[in-house]
Design a protein around this ligand. Structure first.
Ligand code: SF4
Ligand code: SF4
Length: 186
């Protein structure tokens, strides 16, 4: 079998120090504003790629980043017990999945995923890290050798989510419409 090609990759992570989070939700506000179109034109935490999980009577706040989209919900359920307190099933899961509305764009229902605020020119650090005045979010970058991924993988995930939401036929019709070039103006 052919060995997978290795390549160097910058791994960006955000370390979450739950003990420092006071639930101010500045991270949710700035993430949704940064990703608004046009940028900063609105803010709505439901469009944020980070959500701060908290439940009344339970006194910790846990920032959770939007991860991968999944078309099917898990067959089982995770339960977390922290400092003797039990949290709801799926409470800290990062996936946009059919079992709940978290990490879905509220108008279109399309999945949201943290993109580390990729932009041109690149930011020194992600917006949520910059706006977290309590240093609960710590940005770290390291270089790692990884197996070369399939370049189309992300595109495929996006297309799959559109097919799940709108159906293959509707998606095909839309792409066909978009592929037809408008007539040139005289
Ligand atoms: S900005 Fe920082 S302290 Fe405020 S909710 Fe987000 S992670 Fe917690
Ligand atoms: S890194 Fe950027 S995209 Fe990800 S949650 Fe923070 S502000 Fe949002």
């Amino acid at each position: 079998m052919k060995a997978a090609k290795k390549t160097k990759k910058l791994i960006k992570t955000i370390r979450v120090d739950v003990d420092k989070c006071n639930g101010c939700r500045a991270c949710e506000v700035i993430c949704s504003a940064f990703h608004a179109t046009p940028k900063y034109s609105s803010n709505n935490p439901e469009r944020s790629r980070i959500r701060v999980i908290h439940e009344p009577l339970r006194d910790i706040f846990v920032p959770v980043y939007a991860g991968e989209y999944t078309a099917a919900e898990c067959a089982g359920r995770d339960k977390y017990t922290i400092d003797g307190k039990e949290y709801d099933e799926c409470a800290f899961c990062r996936a946009a999945c059919p079992s709940r509305d978290l990490f879905k764009e509220p108008d279109s229902g399309l999945p949201l995923k943290c993109d580390m605020c990729e932009s041109e020119p690149p930011l020194e650090e992600p917006m949520c890290v910059k706006w977290c005045l309590n240093d609960a979010l710590i940005y770290e970058v390291r270089e790692e050798e990884v197996e070369e991924g399939e370049p189309q993988a992300e595109l495929q995930i996006g297309v799959e989510s559109l097919v799940d939401r709108f159906g293959l036929q509707k998606l095909q019709d839309t792409i066909a419409r978009m592929a037809v070039k408008p007539p040139k103006k005289a």
